[in-house]
Write a protein that binds this ligand. Structure first.
Ligand code: AMP
Ligand code: GLY
Length: 437
């Protein structure tokens, strides 16, 4: 098969790297890719948002399967455009992608089908939202823009002043543009967070092993939210019984709900969950692989990803063999540019990549990198996802940071505590989470 991966981040590098290992796959193209995908696959200079350009390329090259990394082209209807041309593509249709691209749609669906999530209220007018907050008094809330905001559209508020400020920023100042035309105000929940991703063809659900992201920029979950500063898998927060509970009470009803709404969902269903004392609650759904969760998952996946994604597009997931995982743990540490998640410089030469990759069990996934005059230089905020395997989570962490130490550029930094959230569960200081019965 010839495969096209759409996107240019660490997630897309991990997908291309994994797909390339399949005996079914002859060639992998990445559009537009980065300096890492240029080594492990073939880059094509077409932007991820250029849907007509991508359709044209897929037709000319006779691409057998296209895999979409980021949410923007899915929300813009890339899957519908490919299917209209008879091209095979893995991902949800535009209408199904609204599960991520409209929080208002998602929350109403969850309420209607009784999928556990935070209590919520939706608004089209800033004044109505402000009046609502005044009447509620000092209830802790989270204020969210309806549309896509690169993971930055949720404001977790401690008091009414913060909540009103968030409403004004989203709905009056329009800091996320049109994404702020509608608002969701949610009750604020408490508990550890977890990412559970599943591949579904709309009938069968193949749940992947749980992972945990680290959204805040700095150690100890301090600082502004980012796209994700690191991830690890598996996580000891939950056991198989709870994963099964999540499948049964969250994933299956959501896939069913999408069918009932006439928006059958095919693709990656990514549940961002909070494990509250009342039970697991959906914070949000994404409709694609998480970045950086995808990197440790691909390191651990033993089954043939191409075979699974192909089966999904042909709606025969029920017939595939059980997915196999490396029992080792994987930790991915994101190395970022100085200034990220604010503005940052680009173009700094990166050194030490080859030494780092020579360490056993280490793979350096590229995100914001480019080739310039024969050198690999920084080209984004999140630059690399240094990923390593280990017998245990602490060993995988050690290997990942040994590799990180070998890599340098001006202004490089990373969180030093990726995967430490697992420690209390590993030592027994924290009990494994269980939903109330
Ligand atoms: P979202 O984009 O909806 O996933 O929200 C981004 C982040 O905001 C989540 O990863 C949580 O840390 C936090 N968050 C979202 N919703 C809630 C909630 N209802 N209660 C507490 N924290 C939340
Ligand atoms: N890592 C969070 C996301 O991909 O949205």
């Amino acid at each position: 098969m010839k495969i096209l991966v759409v996107g240019s981040g660490g997630r897309e590098h991990a997908l291309a790297w994994k797909l390339k290992q399949s005996p079914l796959v002859r060639q992998v193209f990445v559009a537009p890719g980065n300096a890492g995908t240029a080594k492990d696959a073939t880059n094509v200079p077409i932007a991820a948002e250029d849907i007509p350009g991508l359709v044209r390329f897929a037709r000319q090259e006779k691409i057998d399967l296209t895999v979409v990394g980021p949410e923007a082209p899915l929300a813009a209807g890339i899957v519908d455009a490919f299917q209209a041309e008879g091209l095979r593509i893995f991902g949800p249709s535009r209408l199904a992608a609204e599960l991520e691209s409209s929080k208002v749609f998602c929350k109403h669906l969850l309420r209607k089908f009784k999928v556990p999530t935070a209590e919520f209220w939706t608004f089209d007018q800033a004044e109505d939202a402000l009046r609502f907050l005044e009447n509620r008094g000092d209830m802790p809330v989270v204020v969210k823009a309806d549309g896509l905001a690169a993971g930055k559209g949720a404001f977790v508020c401690d008091n009414i002043e913060q909540a009103m400020h968030a409403v004004r920023q989203i709905a009056i100042d329009k800091i996320f543009g049109q994404a702020g035309n509608r608002l969701v105000i949610e009750e604020r929940l408490h508990g550890p967070e977890l990412s559970v991703l599943a591949i579904t063809d709309g009938k069968t659900i193949v749940t992947l092993q749980p992972a945990q992201d680290h959204k805040p920029a700095y150690d100890g979950d301090q600082g502004p939210n980012t796209g994700g500063m690191g991830a690890y898998s598996p996580t000891p927060l939950i056991d198989d019984a709870t994963l099964h509970w999540i499948e049964e009470h969250i994933l299956v009803p959501t896939v069913h709900a999408m069918n009932r709404e006439g928006r059958p969902f095919l693709g990656v269903l990514y549940a961002g969950l909070m494990l509250t004392i009342q039970g697991p609650r959906v914070l949000e759904f994404n409709v694609r692989f998480g970045d950086p969760e995808c990197q440790p998952l691909m390191m651990r996946l033993r089954s043939d990803l191409a075979e699974i994604l192909l089966a999904a597009t042909e709606r025969r997931l029920e017939a595939i063999e059980a997915v196999e995982w490396d029992p080792q743990a994987a930790v991915c540490v994101v190395m970022a540019s100085r200034g990220y998640p604010g503005s940052y410089e680009k173009g700094h030469p990166i050194r030490g990549l080859e030494e780092a990759e020579q360490l056993p069990g280490v793979k350096v996934f590229h995100a914001g990198t480019a080739s310039k005059d024969g050198q690999i230089v920084t080209a984004g905020g999140r630059v690399l996802g240094v990923t390593a395997l280990g017998e245990t989570i602490p060993q995988a962490k050690l290997h990942a940071y040994q590799a990180v130490k070998l890599i340098r550029w001006e202004g490089a930094w990373c969180r030093k505590d990726i995967s430490d959230k697992a420690l209390p569960y590993l030592t027994g200081a924290a009990p494994v989470y269980r939903p109330p019965t």
